[in-house]
Design a protein around this ligand. Sequence first.
Ligand SMILES: *[C@@H]1O[C@H](CO)[C@@H](O)[C@H](O)[C@H]1NC(C)=O
Ligand SMILES: *[C@@H]1O[C@H](CO)[C@@H](O)[C@H](O)[C@H]1NC(C)=O
Ligand SMILES: *[C@@H]1O[C@H](CO)[C@@H](O)[C@H](O)[C@H]1NC(C)=O
Ligand SMILES: *[C@@H]1O[C@H](CO)[C@@H](O)[C@H](O)[C@H]1NC(C)=O
Ligand SMILES: *[C@@H]1O[C@H](CO)[C@@H](O)[C@H](O)[C@H]1NC(C)=O
Length: 533
Amino acid sequence: MMRTLALSAFLAPALVLCASSDEWKSRSIYQVLTDRFAMADGSSPSCDTSERKYCGGTFQGITNKLDYIQGMGFDAIWISPVVENVDLDGTSNSLIGEAYHGYWTANINKINSHFGSADDLKSLSAALHNRGMYLMVDVVVNHLAAIPTNTSDVYPMTFDYSTLQPFGGQSSFHRQCFISDYDNQTDVEQCWLGTPTAPLIDLDTENSTNVDIMNNWVKNLVSDYGIDGLRIDTLKHVRKDFWPDFASSAGVYTVGEVFIGNTSYAAPYTEVISAVLDYPTYFAVFDAFTSTSGNVSQIAEMAQQAQNQYKDPFASGSFVENHDQPRIQSKTSDDALVKNAMTWPFINDGIPIIYQGQEQGYQGGADPANREALWLSDYVTGDKPLLTHVTTLNAARKVAISSNSNYLSTKATFYTQSSSNALAISKPPFLTLLTNGGSGDSSTEWNVPGDAGLFNGGETLVDVLSCDEVTVGSDGSVSAKASNGQPKVLMVKGMGEGVCHDNRNAAVRLGSSCLSFGMVIVMMGTVMAMMLF
Ligand SMILES: *[C@@H]1O[C@H](CO)[C@@H](O)[C@H](O)[C@H]1NC(C)=O
Ligand SMILES: *[C@@H]1O[C@H](CO)[C@@H](O)[C@H](O)[C@H]1NC(C)=O
Ligand SMILES: *[C@@H]1O[C@H](CO)[C@@H](O)[C@H](O)[C@H]1NC(C)=O
Ligand SMILES: *[C@@H]1O[C@H](CO)[C@@H](O)[C@H](O)[C@H]1NC(C)=O
Ligand SMILES: *[C@@H]1O[C@H](CO)[C@@H](O)[C@H](O)[C@H]1NC(C)=O
């Protein structure tokens, strides 16, 4: 038995090597804020987001709650940065609080003990892989953090640079200057993020010793913990030509944060790592669906720019909330608008990402209010309309992927509508009809002409979200009218009715071929181990 386990563990990295962009495209990601997702002991302590302190979530807490995530049909999670952070006493620095979010690295070679041990992280990774799920870890290269050693108002500030490990002191970092000109890319890359109260000490990523340290570090991190993908923080704050070697050292899918509403600025980053988190389209979707006067055409405009400019638009991270942005429900409580917005990540070209708490209807505004502890929801799964909504959408996307072998490489098509509230998007087998008319809207109409060639004349379609049916016109055209402003995700009835009636059973049916291959190897290992005895 011991030998079986040892051999399986030895073969486990086979799973990691598989996790390329293509392996990620069919997946959907649940974003976990490690400190705020689950307590190891299942308890539910109070957690005041405004205090910006550790609330107590851990790796083990996540491991214990994977049923909740997988039950919604997600087959990957993205967790907070895992490395040791600067230990700030929240009471002595109430303005910035503590490093509970994980973005204030002190030592890249240690695990953040607030989140658990290195073994706890390995156990989380193994538990995910046992379920056929992937682990994405957030990583920060651009900066580290330390407490200023002189609290008088001095500039440049003084730090004990020896706390920043494994680097070589002050000479390992860019000289202190806060970014002042976002149109000057050198300033963006070599000056510092943060403020004099919360300075982020900018690593000199032009220094070849630092480059080697980071490349070796990420290679070991991925293999030590069986990581399947990386989310890279503050990507645009490090020179572009740093990234290809870093990404190939990691050897897995890499998706980066390029915080900008401009696809022309973001696109070059899709040439140096796998993909970017699609912020330009996010801004358009957020603006369009947080009010009934938003512009839905802007979504089509941005999404088409992304299609034309990103190297691999199918690998983009597609999201409508994250831990840095105000939640949609901090801007609108109209459930129809919220559901339209939440439909977007599942029916466009990228990989869907849902940020923890959105499914529970969380409403926090800007950071830190948007970092609510999930345990305060009691992880309720019944009678939670948004949780049902994402579960259905995950299931529908799995059916779409399995029924159309080109789904993951076919660009979404947008059809101009006469109503300014309406957006019609085809990505076969889906025809998605969105509206920002709001819950009072039962008049918006969508019309998709027959010459689009989407369906056969007379065919019956079903909206997987409501089970309502739509009959295709004899010429193949589709016309539908809004019902209380709800989104519609149409598929031919034979394909979609199982999803709308029984979204639970339909979720997570597809294993990845990569994982089954890995499992075969593990099984062969088991057989070999038995033969050895
Ligand atoms: C802190 O900085 C101030 C202003 O430059 C200086 O006068 C003071 O001596 C410094 N304190 C220490 C402990 O270095
Ligand atoms: C480059 O970085 C290394 C390691 O972080 C450091 O020891 C060295 O002083 C730096 N070199 C220069 C020229 O700044
Ligand atoms: C751009 O920023 C760098 C770093 O702050 C600075 O040295 C340089 O003078 C700036 N260039 C221009 C044209 O402003
Ligand atoms: C978008 O980014 C490109 C490339 O950096 C830049 O040339 C352009 O001016 C930007 N557009 C806007 C509207 O800022
Ligand atoms: C909405 O966005 C589209 C596409 O960018 C643009 O052409 C149109 O002028 C915008 N409409 C309004 C009312 O701003």
